[in-house]
Each structure stands twice: as structure tokens, then as C-alpha cells.
Ligand binder design. Structure first.
Ligand code: G3H
Length: 106
């Protein structure tokens, strides 16, 4: 499905694109992907973009993870090289959201 969208994006428009990977079983369930699982998918997406656009675009595009992100799992997810941020649902309404926002800064 992503190829359908990518072919409609001009190379100079990629800086306005954010791709979110959300395993459906992780949305609002409290079951989060392991950092390794999420990293594997994000890496695959970045590689796909490299092959279908170019290496510079693939390096700079933001690929974010969503699905039961919390204060207790954000740190390790944020350390994965191809996870650029999060799409946060339930935890965005809780104090731990601040921790999630800062998780890539530490
Ligand atoms: O919009 C938010 C995402 O669907 C994830 O929601 P969640 O963090 O509650 O699992």
C-alpha cells in the first residue's frame, strides 16, 4: 500500500511527510511491539523509501511508531535507529506524556 502513496509524492515534498507504523493489535490494547519488532519494520520502510525515492530522502524522512506507547516503554523504543518519534493515543492524556515527549532527548 505504501508504494501507492509514495509514487504520488514528488521528491521535494518528502520533508512534509510523516509515516506512522501502527500494528493494529497494539492500538489501545496495552500490547506494544518490542523495540526489535518495531525497528525491523521501520528499517524495512526506510529501505523501501531509499529504493523508491533516494538515500537522502530515506535518511531524513520521519517514521514514527504508534501502539500502546507509554512512559515505561518509550525509552527503549526511542533508542532504535529507525524510530523517529511516536503517535501517542491514550498516554497523551496522562502525565507520562511528558516523559514520552522527552524520550529522544536523553
Ligand atoms: O492515535 C493513537 C494511536 O492509534 C495509538 O493509540 P494508543 O497509544 O492508545 O495505543
Amino acid at each position: 500500500m505504501i508504494d501507492f502513496f509514495l509514487e504520488k509524492i514528488a521528491n521535494d515534498q518528502y520533508n512534509r511527510v510523516v509515516i506512522a507504523y501502527e500494528p493494529v493489535w497494539a492500538i489501545g490494547t496495552g500490547k506494544v511491539a518490542t523495540p526489535q519488532q518495531a525497528q525491523e519494520v521501520h528499517k524495512h520502510l526506510r529501505k523501501f523509501i531509499e529504493q523508491n525515492a533516494n538515500a537522502e530522502i530515506a535518511k531524513n524522512i520521519r517514521i514514527i511508531y504508534g501502539g500502546s506507547v507509554s512512559g515505561s516503554n518509550c525509552k527503549e523504543l526511542a533508542q532504535q535507529p529507525d524510530i523517529d518519534g511516536f503517535l501517542v493515543g491514550g498516554a497523551s492524556l496522562k502525565p507520562e506524556f511528558e516523559q514520552i515527549c522527552k524520550s529522544r532527548q536523553d
